[in-house]
Every structure is written in C-alpha cells, then in structure tokens.
Design a protein around this ligand. Structure first.
Ligand code: NAP
Ligand code: MG
Length: 498
C-alpha cells in the first residue's frame, strides 16, 4: 500500500518546472534543464530549468527593482505581516500536497513531512508575520563631551538590508526555505532563493503559494540550479547585499570568500557533530528512545543530529544495546509507504558518502553493533547503524556523516564529559539526559553549542533561536535574534537649536 498522490502533485511533477523571476515563470537563459531523481528508486521524478549566471543577473535585477520601487517598498508593516501570515495559512491548506512533494523529492516518510515539516513551516511564517509590526529602534541620550551645552535628539532606525540571496540544503527543503524567507520578508528585504539541486520541488510550489498570498512580483525569486554555478554566482554577485547559507562547513567557507568582493553581509548555518550525553540516573524508557531519535530522525540528515552518544560507564551496555535494538527494528522503505519509518538517503552521492564512512570505521577498527550495511539493492537506503569501540581521532568520530550513524562511547565524570563533548570543531547542538537539575544545568553551561536540549532532542520552535558556535556558523535563525541578521541599524542624530 502507498499514499495515493494528489492530482495536483501528479500534474506538478509531470510538467517541466521553470524558474520564478520577477513574478513570472521563465525558462533558463541557457535553455538547460536538469532531472531531480526519486531517491527511493533512483528514477527521474521531474525536469527542472537550470539557473546559471545570466538568470542570477535577471533575478538580482528583479529583486532590486522590487526592493527600491515596487509596492513592497511602500507597504505598511501591517500589510507585510498579513501577507506573511497568509503564506503560513496556505502552507497548511496545501499541506497534503506539499508533504507528498517533499516525500517524493527528499525520500522522507510522507507521514513525517505531514506531521513535522509542514506545520513547522506554516508556524514559522506566522511567528515571523507577528514581528513585521514590532521592529523598533531606540531613542538615545547623548552627552557629546566636546560640545558642552548643546542639545540633541538621537534615535535608531532598523531597516532592511536589501537584496538577499538565500542558499539552502536538501534535508528539510520546505522548512529551510521557511526559516530563510520568513525573517527576510518580515523585515522588508527582497530575496533570491536557491534550493538544493536534489530537492527543488517544494520551493517551486512555495513560489506559487507566495504569489497566491499576495506577495508582489520580484520580492521572492526562486532559482533552482547547481551550487557551483547558480549558487556561486549569487554568493559573489555585487548586486546582492547579503547572503544567507545553510549547508556544509566546507561550502560555507567558499561563501565567505565569494562574499568578500563587495563585503556583503553573511550568515551561515553549517554542520555539526553534536554530543548527546546520558548520565547514570536516567529513566531508560526516556533516554534510550531519546538517544535513538536524536540520531535517526530524518535518517540522520540533520545538522544537529546527536551523532556522538556519550553514556555513563555504569549504563553504557544497557543504553547502547537499547539504541541498537531500536535501530534494528526501524522499518525502511519508500516514503510513500505508510509503514515506513525511515526512507532512503537523499541521493546517490550522499549514499556513497555515508557508506564510505561505514567502511572507514570498520577499517579503523571500530565495532558495528547494529546496521552497518546498505538496505536492499535499489534506491539509496542505509541501515540505521550503531558503532562502538572508537577512538577520538577516527574520521567517523570527528567528521559529520549526515546519515543514520551514531558512534557511542562511555564516560565517567562531568569534567571528563564536558571536555569530550567539546572536543570538536563544531558547536551546533547537544543533548543531556539526567534527572539531576544540578548536573543538567552545570553541563549545559559548559557545552559550546548553540542549542542544548535537556531530556529531549530535536525540539524546534520558531521562537527558539538556532545556530552554531565555532565552525557551525555565524548568526542565529528564528527567535527575535534572527531579525538582527536581516536588518541594518541607522543612527540619526539631530542637534536642537531652540
Ligand atoms: P552543500 O554542498 O553545502 O549544499 C548546500 C547548498 O549549497 C546547496 O543549495 C548547494 O547547491 C549549494 N552550494 C554548493 N556549492 C556551492 C558553492 N560553491 N557556492 C554556493 N552554493 C553552493 O551540501 P551537500 O553537498 O548537499 O551535502 C554535503 C554535506 O553537507 C552533507 O553530507 C552534510 O555533512 C552537510 N550538510 C549540512 C546541512 C546542514 O543543515 N547544516 C545540510 C545539508 C548538508 P547544490 O545542492 O545545488 O549543489
Ligand atoms: Mg530529488
């Protein structure tokens, strides 16, 4: 049995998809297209226009015109907020269809996309809609020491940065688009969005939805294409005022270099190798499924995946064998099969990357206690995998695998675990499992990570700021913190001559 595709979804994928520039659907200037495959089968799902440098130029011109002259630039904050709220409502209204597109293109189970990705995306827009009317500056008392006796009236204005390029990955295609677009729009910017080549479909459907919600032409332009061409052209473009990127740390560094040409603003949400720490006092009924969910949610293709599991030595065997049992019991299959708990990895490239790490772990002498192999002989399925007997210098311990693979090791004390948990170039997420509030908050303070979850994992909310310490990124997404990443502050200083 499989989920029956909505007619609108069948129509959407059976028609070649175009680029969305200045409110129009257009072919790529080169006329080229690329295929997005279905990762459950490896077969072509849909054909998509492939944006390149010339299309980037066109989209930047459209975004600039919308920023400077269009109705968007004259709209009240309240009008802007209402459009953004409507985008959230329409995402909910078209939720079944969007979840089907997401499952087909990314491989994740339809039920998961429907229960998590879609409502999170809708709520993100609604949360950000509320901020549109609440962006404020300050009034400031001046003392200017070399102008005794003078009087001033000074204040700050918070203004949009301008034309923003947003480059997103394939792990949560619609949700990553929402995280990026919501704050950019509520602060009045205009956008060129480049979805990942592996998963362009939901962003293209979102472009239609945004137009239906009343977003004026040119405010958001969507350019599917490759990172090395369209993505690189956006990051380097002199007409772009800011670039916001989510993806690998390696490409994040290329974005920073490309942005140097015109010193555009940069925000980055990069990789992780997040520690998940289980103390000796835990309830195993919470901590074991918690540790499994921390790594296996979304097939481990999460930047915050709890991929380094640390368990107190007195509970190590129990917790690891519990997580291994869960791993062995996870049902793999097509995302459209309602019984599926884990779908395929997103692409052949990702499949080869993850199985390469499984191989390197074996070669370096680590022990695989569950999984460790490909599942089936078609599509990009990898067994949920638990590995022990590692050393801190192994590639599987140091590098982001971005697949359903956890390395587990024992610890004995809080001091020891704080040092081990922080022994990474990354600093995105972390988990702590304990009944002892003292241990929980003492360790939370010492972890160098942008999010620390206590007795939970993978909890996301539009109000909770998210981002990385160290090489996991620059800036924060969500919460009110993200508004800083999409605004400039202008100080206005008036001398009063009464
Ligand atoms: P990636 O290369 O960093 O891709 C992320 C986005 O950047 C995609 O839209 C990609 O376009 C684009 N891109 C690639 N090269 C670019 C360049 N030179 N200039 C501008 N944009 C560029 O990630 P990936 O190759 O898909 O995945 C590789 C690894 O990245 C994963 O295994 C994982 O470790 C990590 N990753 C992290 C996250 C996260 O949320 N932090 C998300 C995804 C991946 P194309 O896809 O079209 O090439
Ligand atoms: Mg695809």
């Amino acid at each position: 049995m499989t989920v029956t595709l909505e007619k609108s979804v069948q129509d959407f994928i059976s028609t070649p998809r175009q680029l969305f520039i200045g409110g129009q659907w257009v072919d790529a200037a080169s006329g080229r297209t690329f295929a997005t495959p279905n990762p459950a089968t490896g077969e072509t799902l849909a054909h998509i226009a492939e944006a390149d440098r010339e299309d980037v130029d066109r989209a930047v011109r459209a975004a600039r015109a919308a920023f400077e002259e269009g109705p968007w630039s004259r709209m009240t904050a309240s009008e802007r907020g209402r459009i953004i709220w409507r985008i959230g409502d329409l995402i909910e209204q078209y939720g079944d269809e969007l979840a089907q597109l997401e499952s087909l293109d990314n491989g994740k189970p339809y039920a998961v996309a429907r229960a998590a990705d879609i409502p999170l995306a809708a709520e993100l827009f609604r949360y950000m809609a509320g901020w549109a009317t609440k962006i404020e500056g300050n009034t400031i008392s001046l003392s200017v020491p070399y102008m005794p006796g003078s009087e001033f009236h000074a204040y700050t204005l918070r203004e949009p940065i301008g034309v923003v390029a947003q480059i997103i990955p394939w792990n949560f295609p619609l949700l990553m688009a929402a995280w990026k677009l919501g704050p950019a729009l509520t602060t009045g910017n205009t956008v060129i969005l480049k979805p990942a080549e592996q998963t362009p479909l939901s962003a293209l459907r979102l472009a239609e939805i945004m137009a239906e919600a009343g977003l004026p032409e040119g405010v958001v332009n969507v350019l599917p294409g490759y990172g090395e061409t369209a993505g690189a052209a956006l990051a380097a473009h002199d007409g772009v005022d800011k670039v916001a990127f989510t993806g690998s740390t390696e490409v994040g560094k290329l974005i920073v270099q490309a942005a140097a040409g015109n010193l555009k603003k940069v925000s980055l949400e990069l990789g992780g190798k997040s520690p998940n720490v289980v103390f000796d006092d835990v309830d195993p009924a919470l901590a074991i499924p918690g540790a499994a969910n921390a790594i296996f949610f979304n097939h481990g293709q999460c930047c915050v995946a709890g991929s380094r599991l640390f368990v107190h030595e007195s509970r190590f065997d129990e917790v690891v064998s519990g997580v291994a049992d869960i791993a062995r019991g996870i049902k793999l299959g097509s995302g459209l099969d309602p019984d599926t708990q884990m779908g395929p990895l997103v692409s052949d490239e990702q499949f080869r990357r993850v199985t390469g790490y499984l191989e390197s772990g074996r070669a370096e002498g680590a022990r695989t206690v569950a999984g460790g192999q490909r599942h089936g002989d078609k599509g990009y399925f990898v067994q949920p995998t638990v590995i022990t007997d590692t050393t801190s210098d192994m590639a599987i311990v140091r590098e982001e695998i971005f697949g359903p693979v956890v390395v587990a090791s024992p610890f004995s004390s809080l001091d020891e675990i704080a040092a081990q948990a922080n022994d990474t170039a990354y600093g995105l997420g972390a988990g702590i499992w304990t009944r002892d509030v003292n241990k929980a908050h003492a360790l939370a303070k010492r972890l160098r990570a942008g999010t620390v979850w206590i007795n939970c994992y993978n909890v996301f909310d539009a109000a909770l700021p998210f981002g990385g310490y160290k090489q996991s990124g620059w800036g924060r997404e969500m919460g009110h913190e993200v508004l800083e990443a999409y605004t400039e502050v202008k100080a206005v200083c008036t001398q009063l001559h009464p």
